[in-house]
Design a protein around this ligand. Structure first.
Ligand SMILES: *[C@@H]1O[C@H](CO)[C@@H](O)[C@H](O)[C@H]1NC(C)=O
Ligand SMILES: *[C@@H]1O[C@H](CO)[C@@H](O)[C@H](O)[C@H]1NC(C)=O
Ligand SMILES: *[C@@H]1O[C@H](CO)[C@@H](O)[C@H](O)[C@H]1NC(C)=O
Length: 318
């Protein structure tokens, strides 16, 4: 009897340990069991142009398809939707003169069904986006991600924001379709047609980015990540965003608000690889295009009005 009680008591911490996992409800507690989560080089951060410095050594990154035969698999981890890439792509030029990084997976962070504001992990000038995509890669010096993940600068993650648009993003749609098949935790689905990640992100988008040294944004929070956050967001429709918000975790609760609060930049350097003038120029260019588009629309609606008036008069005269 005594030994039974003893065994039971001894087992309690084990049971608690094994059933208690981390959650997004109490990110402040992560550091209790994962000491790195309390470190000084943590992610995500608030990215501010005014805190960044221009680094001419950072070149456009390129994404190359290495093995197109690897099938894409989507997986509900209980925390996110993950697209396993299994080395189908490699990243080149991440670090000046550095090695290639092998693509392991893509996953997402988002908010909750009534929140179209919060969701991204990184903030840009204090603003969030509704969803952020992370392309996770590891240095080709290592044989796999597990060997790499706790070593300095052994991981490179590309963060891409999404903003909401009226039109669905056709390149994202195969992934959104697959989400229906992975509602429950641990469910997997193999896609017949793989996602064209290269076209989805786009070569041009990989040209302008912010760079800093940071961490995994979930426990164990290893400070091993070369972070690249792209300046230009991608687009998706409301409907596509909703696809992510109906996945379930192991308690059959919605997977929602899967973003860690921002961490202090501290003494770290935030770099950017584009010059201020280019950036301002592009913004002005975009604004000009918008104005032309808008005035185009105004002219169109004006013409429509005239047409209606004309046909009305014709009708009366007739
Ligand atoms: C950055 O700093 C400049 C000069 O101090 C200021 O004019 C500008 O508004 C700042 N930009 C942002 C986005 O804070
Ligand atoms: C977004 O997050 C902020 C800060 O936590 C919060 O005040 C705000 O209510 C959130 N927005 C929505 C729509 O939930
Ligand atoms: C994938 O291919 C298999 C066999 O060709 C087919 O039965 C299945 O319906 C396809 N699935 C999708 C989602 O297109």
């Amino acid at each position: 009897m005594l030994s039974f009680i003893l065994a039971a008591i001894l087992c309690i911490p084990y049971i608690i340990e094994s059933t208690e996992s981390w959650s997004y409800q109490n990110p402040k507690l992560w550091a209790r069991k994962n000491r790195y989560c309390g470190g000084r080089s943590q992610s995500p951060i608030n990215i501010r142009f005014n805190r960044s410095s221009y680094n001419t050594r950072l070149k456009p990154i390129s994404l190359e398809e290495r093995d197109p035969t690897v099938p894409d698999e989507v997986f509900n981890t209980g925390f996110t939707a993950q697209l396993n890439l299994n080395g189908r792509y490699v990243l080149k030029n991440v670090v000046p003169g550095g090695e290639d990084y092998i693509a392991e997976q893509i996953h997402f962070h988002w908010g909750h069904p009534n929140d179209n504001v919060n969701g991204s992990e990184h903030l840009y000038e204090g603003q969030s986006y509704p969803i952020e995509m992370h392309l996770v890669t590891y240095s080709s010096w290592y044989s796999n991600i597990l060997d790499a993940m706790h070593n300095t600068r052994a991981l490179a993650v590309i963060g891409v924001f999404f903003e909401i648009s009226d039109e669905p993003n056709p390149l994202l749609q195969p992934l959104v379709n697959a989400l229906k098949h992975i509602r429950g935790q641990d469910s997997r689905f193999t896609l017949n047609n793989s996602i064209d990640v290269k076209t989805l992100i786009g070569e041009n988008r990989l040209r302008r980015y912010y760079r800093y040294d940071g961490s995994l944004t979930t426990p164990p929070c290893f400070e091993s990540v070369v972070w690249t956050v792209l300046l230009e967001p991608l687009k998706l429709s409301f409907h596509q965003l909703h696809g992510f918000r109906y996945l379930h975790d192991k308690h059959a609760n919605l997977i929602q608000d899967t973003y860690r609060p921002i961490q202090k930049l501290g003494t770290r350097k935030l770099f950017r690889n584009f010059h201020v003038e280019n950036f301002q120029e592009r913004r002005q260019q975009l604004r000009r295009m918008e104005m032309i588009e808008n005035s185009g629309q105004n002219v169109k609606s004006y013409m429509k009005f005239i047409n209606i008036l004309l046909s009305f008069f014709m009708f009366i005269i007739y």
